[in-house]
Design a protein around this ligand. Sequence first.
Ligand code: HEC
Length: 245
Amino acid sequence: MKRLTFVAAGLSLALALIPTLSRAEEGPEPLSFREDVGNLPSVQRGARDFMAYCSGCHAMKYLRYNRMGTDLGIPDDLLKANLMLGTDKVGDPIPSSMPAKQAESWFGRVPPDLTLETKARGSAWVFSYLQSFYLDDKRPLGVNNPYLPGVSMPAVLGELQGWQKLAAPEKGEAEGAPKFELVQAGSMTPEEYKAFVTDLTNFMAYASEPGKSERIALGGKVMLYLLVLLVLTYFLKKEFWRDIH
Ligand code: HEC
């Protein structure tokens, strides 16, 4: 029995370590980020911005327009007029407008599908990646990114964020998220840009699990139900045992 407990403890420790190990190789530490898929206006703005700035290259083939419309409270006509750029059927998944062959020859890599991106990399990683493009004249596109060294995605948000260069870490400074120096301001202030990227990341987190905020709300109700049931069963037990003691 003792041995079994020991094996079980060892196994659960090993399982607990797996995510840490696989994360460790992902490059620099991401910025801290708290995703909030329950923040509907933020997710809506993120959806609008994703369609405008990202869906030209990236698809979300596991998310259908009408599912998104229902979850985000966007009626079909608004959906069609503003968000659906690649198709006119609301039951279609979100396509990328770029043919894979061309993408391959332009960027050397087909832009990956982003439906499950925040699950694969973590939302803090995505939040950090989108803020960390910096000027690097050794790269063909003139930019690089510490979170994806040798990145083949252009800095599509450069006009909004502005252009930055990598700041050398100061001596004795603890290693953490990389630091940058803005060399040319963009159309947004740093705070506005951060809010913009927060919305985008929240939308991507929503897309990776559309039922999440529903699940959280349901979880609360289930706990309440169980609590009420606990009180009732307690009194029932007292009632059953009353004559026996
Ligand atoms: C001009 C085409 C293009 C546009 C527009 C574009 N991307 Fe990309 N993206 C790429 C390519 C190409 C890659 C692959 C980069 C690589 O692996 O080096 C990529 C990679 C990524 C990755 C990392 C994927 C991974 O895990 O390896 C994320 C996240 C991402 N893009 C998010 C976005 C977001 C959000 C937007 C909109 C703001 C966007 N992209 C707009 C071309 C594009």
